[in-house]
Design a protein around this ligand. Structure first.
Ligand code: MTE
Ligand code: MO
Length: 367
């Protein structure tokens, strides 16, 4: 018997079949989100042992995985809401703790729900580039992802018998359940359609909730961090690209424009949740390295004019450096780079997170 100072729940939907159906959908979304998150983490900050496996193809690889990451994470928000609503009467279970095993199970649920809510919330705020907390976003998001996924697996295992029992559709359907699941599906569909346009071009016009539309910005391309935000508005009039290697040299901007120019169509795929393709023109990074006498298999370090910032210095593994599509770009969509897109020169490479497409390049170093 539930004591009467606790709320009474009358909806027939607080039951295992509804919880199992929602759990399946939520589980699928979280699995996609977790795996694409791992890919993103590995590409952004490759641990040494992964470096030999990094690939510069497919060209749109990172765009697809980061797009799926954001889409599945956003879809998980209404799914988690519906799932928690279905099961929350269990929070009022009486007696609150029956025995040690039961206490442990409740503790597990608490950790699972807390990590998931925090994970989805921090991810959502990241797409708005809003970090109202003292901890580093990326590392926290990464480790919480492991905790939430681990918690999810333990939860699914603990509920195994119940899940198995309610896996198949029961012979007598519950009309309220059908209506509820249809409403949840509609909510997921609405969230996806109104946000996916930040990555998927043909949904662009429906992109009502997106933080940034991929076609708004100077030269038809959004900006993540403007020149003013990065404190690099003043490019010296006598700017020269400095290339360090066995045969170091410097090139002025007119000299760079005189070298063979190549044109590539490549996306900026930003980890803050948007991507957009553009036409870039510039000098092949591979050519610049050869000219510096770089031995085959060299990677490079790129330093920006930016005074300080987490992406002032980035490293590029050899796989990207030799790719003919990897440019030191001087133009975008037919125009000289705007200050916000990295004038006088920026890096653009295939299958790379946007954060590593270094703007306002000052120096390349063979490593
Ligand atoms: N030096 C420098 N380069 C940078 C950044 C930065 O903060 N500093 N931001 C990066 C990020 S997060 C992205 S998504 C792309 C965006 O390029 P865009 O502003 O030209 O679209 O630039 C990258 N290059
Ligand atoms: Mo970004």
């Amino acid at each position: 018997m539930t004591p009467n100072f606790l709320p009474q729940f009358r909806s027939p939907l607080h039951e295992p079949r509804t919880a199992v159906v929602l759990g399946r959908w939520l589980g699928a979304a979280l699995l996609v989100c977790f795996l694409t998150g791992l890919v993103s983490h590995a590409l952004q900050d490759p641990p040494g042992r992964l470096t030999p496996y990094l690939q510069s193809r497919p060209v749109n690889g990172y765009r697809v995985t980061q797009g799926l990451h954001v889409i599945s994470g956003l879809a998980a928000v209404p799914l988690l809401g519906a799932k928690l609503w279905t099961v929350y009467p269990r929070l009022f279970e009486w007696p609150p703790v029956r025995n040690a095993a039961h206490a442990l199970e409740r503790l597990g649920i608490f950790v699972l729900v807390a990590t998931m809510l925090t994970e989805l919330f921090t991810g959502l705020l990241d797409t708005l580039q809003w970090y109202p907390w003292p901890f580093p976003f990326r590392q926290t998001h990464f480790w919480l992802g492991w905790l939430a996924t681990g918690g999810l697996l333990v939860h699914a295992a603990a509920k195994g018998p119940l899940i198995v029992r309610h896996w198949r559709r029961p012979a007598a359907g519950l009309p309220q359940r059908r209506a509820f699941l249809a409403a949840v599906t509609a909510a997921v569909g609405a969230v996806t359609l109104t946000t996916a346009g930040r990555t998927v071009p043909f949904l662009r016009r429906l992109d009502l909730l997106a933080a940034r539309r991929p076609d708004i910005g100077p030269q038809g391309l959004p900006v993540n961090r403007t020149a003013a935000q990065a404190g690099t508005v003043t490019v010296p009039a006598d700017w020269q690209l400095r290339v360090d290697g066995p045969h170091p040299y410097r090139l002025s901007l007119p000299e760079l424009h005189q070298l063979p120019q190549y044109e590539v169509e490549l996306p900026i795929a930003c980890v803050e949740g948007w991507s957009a393709s553009a036409r870039w023109t510039g000098v092949r990074v591979a050519d610049l390295l050869v000219r510096a006498g770089a031995p085959a298999g060299s990677g490079l370090r790129v330093t920006s004019l930016e005074v300080e910032g987490p992406y002032r210095v980035t490293q590029m593994p050899a796989e990207y450096a030799v790719d003919p599509l990897t440019l030191l770009a001087l133009r975008v969509n037919g125009e000289v780079l705007a200050a916000d897109h990295g004038f006088p020169a920026r890096i653009i490479a295939p299958n790379r997170p946007g954060v590593l497409q270094t703007k306002w390049v000052a120096r390349l170093e063979v490593i």
